[in-house]
Design a protein around this ligand. Structure first.
Ligand SMILES: Cc1ncc(COP(=O)(O)O)c(C=O)c1O
Length: 354
């Protein structure tokens, strides 16, 4: 009989999905850039008034109310908006909608690991173009006349910087294919590329409710593009992708701007505190416009990550990424968590994660 391995889709032979799960519930999670400053209180209020007795009914097929709300918020029409079960679903369906076997997918590297994962599963030929050593984007290196799909993370995870807007605009205007701009961290950077993306007519701007909005556990993201592109994405998306509570929660979260701006301010001040404390401890800390820091560890990065993990603190090891040997990524968090992290680092570097 044919084994399950033989039945496996060919693109999965050499592909492993990046793993994010942390088994221990009591860990301090500074590894995944969620909003450690809590859940938007508007959503907690919703939990008290939400009509749970209606959960027998399917939600709106395409989350129409949320799409309308997003459209009003950002000045587009609902036909130019699609929502996803986390922005991850939108990254996935972009490849599903546009990649034919052998089509070329290009990204600047290092970047968020999931773009090439979704492209590869969908039979793309993946092409990574390493950014300059100062983490800037070279549009000439990235542009490729054969590329069908590009992904650019703006600001870039994990380098924490914004690429020069002119460089990104050049890719938007000269790329022959679809350019996906992932703006998961734009709320912290305080700028976005929605205007240029919409002007291009064929690019996609992807946003998430998992970071500044504090709703990673509910899974919601959205994309904005021309109606023509959104129609293609909708063809491959599962119907009823967002549950009704998540849809209502995302609307409430958009309504409560004050909490977002207060939280973003707290994130920035704790991030800057952490940066100065890490520098005192011999880390090279790069400028960040995100809710995380990229740092070069003074001791071997993988050993530091493993030692901290066994002490109950998760940070992200980036050692295997281009340009990032011995680098780690640490999410900004409330002061008590940062003090615990710093205490553990002091202990480990004095005693030996070398
Ligand atoms: C750059 C970037 N894009 C997308 C995501 C996925 O976010 P979600 O699926 O929670 O919306 C992440 C999560 O860490 C990210 O860093």
């Amino acid at each position: 009989m044919t084994s399950i391995g033989e039945l496996r889709r060919r693109t999965l032979e050499s592909l492993t999905r990046p793993s994010y799960s942390i088994a221990r519930k009591d860990m301090i999670l500074l590894n995944d850039n969620a909003n450690l400053f809590g859940v938007n209180p508007a959503v907690e209020e919703l939990a008290r008034s939400f009509d749970f007795a209606r959960l027998w009914a399917y939600p709106s097929e395409n989350s129409d109310e949320l799409r309308e709300r997003i459209a009003t918020e950002f000045g587009f029409s609902a036909e130019e908006v699609i929502v996803g079960n986390g922005s991850d679903e939108l990254l996935d369906i972009t490849s599903k909608a546009f990649i034919n076997p052998g089509d070329k997918f290009c990204e600047p590297a290092p970047t968020f690991s999931m773009y090439k994962f979704y492209a590869s599963i969908n039979f793309a030929e993946v092409c990574e173009k390493v950014i300059r050593p100062d983490f800037s984007l070279d549009p000439d290196a990235l542009l490729d006349e054969r590329a069908k799909l590009y992904a650019i993370c703006q600001p870039n995870n994990p380098t924490a910087n914004l690429f020069d807007a002119r460089a990104v605009k050049r890719v938007l205007s000269e790329a022959p294919g679809i350019v996906l701009i992932d703006e998961a961290y734009a709320d912290f950077a305080g700028s976005n590329m929605m205007g240029p993306v919409m002007n291009s007519g064929r690019s996609i701007d992807i946003r998430t409710f998992s970071k500044a909005y504090g709703l990673a556990g509910l899974r919601a993201g959205f994309a904005i593009s021309s109606k023509a592109v959104i129609d293609e994405l909708r063809r491959v998306r599962t119907p009823f992708g967002l549950n009704s509570f998540t849809e209502a929660a995302a609307i409430r979260a958009l309504d409560n701007k004050q909490w977002i701006s207060e939280t973003v301010a707290k994130v920035k001040s704790e991030r800057d505190f952490l940066a100065s404390e890490l520098r005192k401890r011999g880390f090279t800390v790069y400028p960040s416009v995100c809710n995380f820091l990229l740092c070069k560890s003074p001791v071997p990065g993988p050993a530091l990550v493993a030692a901290l993990r066994s002490e109950g603190v998760a940070i992200r090891d980036l050692n295997s990424f281009p340009l990032l040997e011995n680098h780690v990524r640490i999410t900004a968090a409330p002061r008590p968590m940062l003090l615990t992290l710093l205490e553990k680092i002091d202990h480990l570097t004095a005693g030996g994660a070398r």
